[in-house]
Design a protein around this ligand. Sequence first.
Ligand SMILES: C[S@@+](CC[C@H](N)C(=O)[O-])C[C@H]1O[C@@H](n2cnc3c(N)ncnc32)[C@H](O)[C@@H]1O
Length: 222
Amino acid sequence: MRSFVLREGRLTAAQARAYQQLWPRYGCDWQPEQRLDMVALFGNDRPVVLEIGFGNGEALLHMAASHPERNYLGLEVHRPGVGHLLMELERAGLDNVRVMREDAAALLAHALPPASLAGVCLFFPDPWPKKRHHKRRIVQPAFIDDLARVLAPGGFLHAATDWAPYADWMLEQLRAAADRFENLSPSGDFVARPEERPLTRFERRGARLGQPARDLLLRRRA
Ligand SMILES: C[S@@+](CC[C@H](N)C(=O)[O-])C[C@H]1O[C@@H](n2cnc3c(N)ncnc32)[C@H](O)[C@@H]1O
């Protein structure tokens, strides 16, 4: 069961050029069952933060520019969004980002070694509001098990959504994993938006529609 429906969308000429010229520099192809080697991927052993479903890469670009001491691995299946990010990475001259166009669920389950990540960001995942589609939501018990496995002890999980029922869904599922995830909210639920997460297009739209974002911040227990 996939958490996305692939609408290919047309690449602009600039995005197509970005793929041709920049994929070798920033992109990473993956063969099913292949284990990723982070040091080989980034050429250094700095801590790696994963962003799942980066959209057009606005938040990823901001985080990577603010944290040159970290590496960022971005996952997205939507080609135009990937093309857009590639162009922006080149423009910003960033070297601490690698990009994969893969299903995050498959990568978490098969490609990422245990305790290989310092953090995971999941910003505005597709909410799948209809009840019969809830099984498509990316946050599911098996996904949380995989996150717990790939996060290093002390690593963070930062999720945000502007769909209140999905926020409650995530909170409930993460409470069920409280043996592995400590919720860093003083009230035991949500936190104010950490500065780390820039306002994205999705969030501004949600706020206009009267759907404020909620942030969840948790730490992988040792
Ligand atoms: C609602 S958009 C939010 C994009 C971005 N995070 C933002 O805040 O603007 C959700 C994104 O997640 C991507 N996505 C959904 N399921 C995914 C998966 N299993 N693996 C990788 N990307 C996924 C979709 O392609 C889509 O671009």
